[in-house]
Design a protein around this ligand. Structure first.
Ligand SMILES: [Zn+2]
Ligand SMILES: [Zn+2]
Length: 137
């Protein structure tokens, strides 16, 4: 399988040619903090079949666990840990075509944001909301 991706500003790009080991949504508190989002989605890849271009920084979010990001736009790029040395988890949102992504598992459900349960029952807008809602959070 050949896939390509990039960060928000385009300074960092990746190319992958290999099997996808996982397609998972992570609800852990570290992913929530790292991405400033309630959850994130990953593609599991073989590190030796993944190539990067551009300047990348990383943050060691726990011992021997690294979260890569673009220093220009701040977009999160990957998670890797010595716990899973044969894999690197690339953020699915960085895919050139993220609409093609299909998650097949959710992990760390014990820390899933409770308000996600409400999403199906609140008003939706195809575009930006035109006027501020008067609803209380
Ligand atoms: Zn960038
Ligand atoms: Zn996580």
């Amino acid at each position: 399988m050949a896939l390509n991706g990039h960060c928000m500003c385009g300074a960092v790009a990746w190319a992958y040619s290999g099997e996808i080991t996982r397609n998972l949504v992570c609800h852990c508190t570290d992913c929530q903090r790292a991405t400033s989002a309630p959850f994130t989605a990953f593609l599991g890849m073989r590190p030796d079949k993944l190539s990067w271009s551009g300047d990348i920084r990383h943050y060691e979010s726990s011992p021997n666990t690294f979260r890569g990001f673009c220093p220009s736009c701040g977009a999160r790029l990957y998670f890797r840990s010595d716990r899973w040395p044969a894999e690197i988890h690339v953020h699915a949102a960085t895919l050139d075509d993220p609409g093609e992504y299909r998650a097949d598992a959710q992990v760390m459900m014990r820390s899933r944001a409770k308000w996600l349960d409400r999403l199906q029952s609140i008003p939706v807008h195809e575009d930006f909301q035109q006027a501020p809602s008067t609803a209380t959070p």
